[in-house]
Design a protein. Structure first.
Length: 635
């Protein structure tokens, strides 16, 4: 279908044209006439199509783009024969958005960031947070973000302008206390260090450094909002600070540093928000975030400035009541509360959509009930951005539908319009970790696909964990589904994503019990079977190399080159170690090695759930704890 954009302002028309071209619907003067009618007091988004006229009403610019996407999704089903369409949605939240992690080695490139902005607008999300620990330019400090793919000021200005075109506010999210280890690794940064991950608070050098960070992070953006981080500083005041100042109440250290950060923000005319967990962890006997009783008082906290917002982040709970309790606790500190859900792109090699769906739905329902007006969904990429960034699209669309009160069918239609794949196809990716032996909705965030992929075939650190789980059959069946579903996808970028996961499923179907088979042949002194396994090992190594090449293509489509070297080493090591395993096996077969001591080591459970024997899988988040029991980093 063709569209006439002459009825909307030029800037909006240019952006709308991008969406139309992306979905195969060009703009033409003789096409469907489009009108956008925004009213700041509007409580509903409405889309009405009749007799060659499309009228979209809402509160702000992104509501137009969401309305247009809803209509385009309808067209995909009905085609040009569509004669009428109407849709109405409640506008329940004032601020909705996504947070994209650009600090776990994968720094999204500029074209992909623009794609994320278009995706936000198409879903009706009016904010995109860029989480940048040290991946933005600080000209006065060349080590800050060195070799990390940091963004230059002009690039961030370009992204900001692009966001404005679509009505998406780009918000810098940085760290001003902890999560600073990639910068603090440099000898030039030692005077700023309390611990390997935490800044030395109370120091004039640190205060000047923090001010420089805040100034440089916000300078490129038109927004006055900034997320200053300050989460997970568990060892605050217990490193060099302790040696210099002696022990000091850590609540006092935290609140003094917050006061300093707020003063800097006020000087620069900024509105800060920060993660709230440290206010809770410092009161918890276990150092936990979510375990405080509802009668907890927060008398130690200095009165927060009115402009400061606390961000309650919770990606874990499957019970709406727990979210409501924690919101009420936050309101004891301040009424300025923002909620962050989690899209679960950080489970390992594949996304954990089951847990994302459940936690997002429960969290957003609690926000509605408790009157929280500002929400966003985080997309972290822990331990090196192993999961492709574009897997975020599914959870992002699901989150948007929860914000607008939509249904699963609408999530499917929007995904098909924007990515070429629907919910059934994306949910196949959830099956990499949602296997036999995991809890319902993968509540424990088990990630067998990661430890099966990376574990050494001879050492078998996770062999006891996966025994009797029927993983080869599971992944073989999944590979077949991914191939048939992926081949039907027309969108080139999405088809490449599914080709990668199809290859991953093939690798896992062979590698899942390869170590167990090798160990069994060795213990039975079955050299004939060991010869056959040598061929299986080589075939798996070749397939692993194909996997590495596909992941490389996806990385450079999504991210800057910096950081890929880590993933390249990890994926390349799979085939290297398999070839080394074959050499050891052949040496034993030929009698050159009398023993294979690796295979004589008892296979121990990596982790055991004694409360639930049916929960036989586990979570292993870090590559360095999977590939070896020896030291991979450190002394």
């Amino acid at each position: 279908m063709k569209f006439d954009l002459s009825g909307i302002d030029r800037a909006m028309a240019e952006s709308a044209s991008e969406l139309l071209v992306m979905t195969g619907n060009p703009d033409r003067e003789d096409g469907v006439h489009i009108e956008c009618r925004c009213n700041a007091a509007a409580e509903r988004l409405t889309v009405e199509y009749n007799a060659g006229s499309l009228v979209i009403r809402g509160r702000e610019k992104v509501h137009f783009y969401r309305g247009l996407t809803l209509f385009l999704a309808e067209l995909m089903e009905q085609g040009d024969n569509c004669t009428g369409f109407s849709k109405e949605e409640q506008l329940s939240f004032g601020e909705t958005g996504l947070m994209l992690d650009c600090s776990r080695n994968g720094t999204a490139n500029i074209p992909f960031l623009k794609k994320m902005i278009r995706f936000c607008a198409s879903c009706g999300l009016n904010q995109l947070y860029l989480y940048m620990e040290d991946t933005y330019e600080m000209p006065e400090n060349p080590y800050f973000g060195a070799y990390r793919g940091r963004y230059g000021r002009s690039e961030l200005e370009e992204i900001d302008r692009y966001g404005q075109n679509f009505g998406v506010e780009i918000i810098p999210a940085i760290q001003t206390l902890a999560h600073m280890h990639t910068f603090l690794r440099w000898p030039a940064a030692q005077k700023l260090k309390d611990t390997d991950d935490i800044l030395m608070t109370g120091s004039p050098d640190t205060e000047a450094f923090v001010k420089s960070m805040i100034r440089n992070a916000t300078m490129p953006f038109s927004t006055r909002k900034i997320h200053v981080g300050m989460d997970e500083a568990d060892m605050l005041g217990l490193g060099r600070y302790l040696r210099v100042h002696g022990y000091e109440d850590r609540y006092q250290i935290m609140t003094k540093h917050l006061k300093s950060v707020c003063r800097i923000c006020k000087e620069l005319g900024l509105q800060p928000m920060l993660w709230s967990d440290m206010f809770f962890r410092l009161k918890s006997p276990a150092g936990d975030y979510y375990d405080l009783p509802e009668d907890t008082a927060f008398d130690e906290i200095l009165p927060l400035p009115e402009e400061v917002e606390l961000v309650y982040w919770d990606y874990y709970h499957h019970d709406q009541n727990l979210y409501e309790k924690n919101i009420r606790l936050h309101h004891k500190i301040t009424k300025q509360v923002r909620f962050a859900a989690g899209g679960w792109t950080w489970n390992g090699i594949a996304p954990n959509y089951s847990k994302a769906e459940k936690t997002i739905a429960e969290g957003i329902s609690a926000c509605r009930k408790q009157g929280i007006d500002k929400v966003f969904c985080t997309f972290w990429f822990d331990n090196g951005t192993e999961t492709p960034v574009q897997t975020a699209f599914y959870s992002a669309a699901y989150f948007a539908q929860q914000c607008y009160g939509g249904t699963g069918a609408e999530t499917d239609r929007i995904l098909r319009a924007l990515t070429g794949a629907g919910t059934a196809q994306y949910q196949l990716l959830d099956l990499f970790d949602n296997v036999e032996g995991t809890s319902p909705e993968n509540e424990n965030a088990d990630n067998p696909s990661k430890y099966v992929l990376y574990q050494d075939a001879l050492l078998g650190l996770f062999d006891a964990q996966i025994a009797d789980s029927h993983l080869p059959q599971h992944y073989s069946k999944l590979a077949g589904k991914l191939q048939s579903q992926g081949d039907a996808i027309e969108n080139e970028d999405t088809r490449r994503l599914f080709a990668y996961y199809h290859t991953l499923a093939e690798v896992l179907s062979v590698k899942a019990e390869l170590g167990l088979e090798i160990s069994r042949a060795y213990k039975n002194n079955d050299k004939e079977n060991m010869r056959l396994l040598c061929e299986k090992v080589s075939a798996c190594a070749e397939k692993a190399e194909m996997l590495r090449e596909l992941r490389e293509q996806i990385w450079f489509y999504e991210c800057r080159p910096f950081g890929y070297e880590v993933l390249d080493i990890r994926l390349g090591a799979i085939s290297v170690r398999l070839r080394s395993a074959r050499k050891r096996m052949e040496s034993w077969i030929a009698g050159r090695a009398g023993r294979l001591e690796e295979l004589e080591e008892p296979r121990l459970l990596y982790s055991e759930d004694k409360d639930n024997p049916a929960h036989s899988q586990c979570a292993a988040g870090f590559w360095e704890n999977i590939v070896s029991a020896g030291n991979v980093s450190g002394i």
